[in-house]
Design a protein around this ligand. Structure first.
Ligand code: UD2
Length: 301
């Protein structure tokens, strides 16, 4: 997209900052972030930064004035934090998301929201398609599901152009911090030659999708005519956590041992996306295979 005025909430965070980088050369980009986990150094110079909390209607109003599109990525991303403090994460993930939708109505802006594979809970069938039953197994999943449903409803009720993108396991550069994903944790352990810690038996599987593919999905969502829909964004390929540990150890030439710990309570056993809808409708095609993605993380390219 070009020559648009866009707002990226959570634009200093992991996925948000990659999106900002892609948008900034051709668009007027605003970022709303409270820098609780995001970082200023993630941002290019020519973006307008509104430092504020997504729960603050004044900050949101200021950031969203006159925008054409809102990419909504601000969230409490930790599933376990949502289990420990459901109301707190609900305030950011759901209440504040409603503020975003209301603001979009005011501006008549398109809204792309970050939904999650967490909406499916423990899927009955794999790969999971968008029509599968949704039974989240965490407050985080409930909050993302409600957001996902609200976007559809806002299209139905108010004619707002909305798209929900259900991310599977995102990874890539700049994913760090205490709630970062397993790939960044394993890489850090392997680089330090520390034991790689698998939670449980390691037979659980995930669908890892590179952040550059997620960015492209957002760009397609920004222009699609098929609004009011939710789309799985993954690769369709699953890998076990055990195999992931070995792949990362090999890619880093590490002498780490691989150790097993207690499984994570409530951990989802298998997760994998059916991306047929995103392919057909958005023209989304995942480009970065896991081995390449890990190799480029290792090489820092
Ligand atoms: C991911 C998302 C989450 C939500 C969810 C939807 C991340 C960081 N989180 O949670 O936001 O969308 O998917 O289902 O992407 N593991 C280990 N050792 C470690 C760390 C993790 O074995 O040191 C295991 C963990 O027990 C799990 C798997 O690796 O089985 C993936 O863990 P994760 O935290 O990267 O992501 P997940 O799938 O829990």
């Amino acid at each position: 997209i070009r020559d648009k005025t866009v707002l990226v909430t959570g634009g200093a965070g992991f996925i948000g900052s990659h999106l900002v980088e892609a948008l900034a050369p051709h668009n007027e980009v605003r970022v709303l972030d409270n820098f609780s986990s995001g970082d200023r150094t993630n941002l290019p110079e020519d973006v307008t930064i509104v430092e504020g909390d997504i729960r603050d209607p004044i900050a949101l109003q200021q950031a969203a004035r006159g925008v054409d599109i809102i990419f909504h990525h601000a969230a409490v991303v930790s599933v376990s934090q949502s289990v420990d403090a459901p109301r707190q994460s609900n305030e950011t993930n759901l209440d504040a998301s409603l503020l975003v939708l209301e603001q979009a109505r005011q501006e008549d802006a398109r809204v792309i929201v970050a939904s999650s594979a967490a909406v499916y809970g423990h899927p009955d069938e794999l790969p999971v398609s968008e029509t599968a039953s949704t039974e989240p197994s965490s407050p985080y999943g409930i909050q993302k599901l409600a957001l996902d449903q609200y976007t559809r409803l806002y299209e139905d009720l108010y004619g707002l152009e909305t798209v929900a993108l259900r991310y599977f396991n995102a990874y890539g550069p700049r994913q760090q911090g205490p709630y970062s994903g397993v790939i960044s944790t394993f890489l850090e352990q392997a680089r330090a030659d520390d034991p790689i810690t698998i939670e449980g038996d390691g037979e659980q599987t995930r669908d890892f999708v590179h952040v550059s593919d997620i960015v492209r999905a957002n760009l397609y969502a920004a222009t699609t005519d098929d609004v009011g829909e939710a789309y799985n964004i993954g690769t369709g390929t699953r890998i076990s956590i055990e195999e992931l540990a070995e792949t990362i150890r090999d890619a880093t030439d590490s002498s780490s041992s691989i150790v097993h710990r207690d499984p994570r309570p409530g951990d989802i056993r298998h997760s994998g996306a059916d991306v047929t809808r995103a392919k057909r409708t958005l023209g989304f095609e995942p480009r970065v295979g896991l081995e390449c993605g890990i190799q480029s993380l290792v090489d820092g390219t």
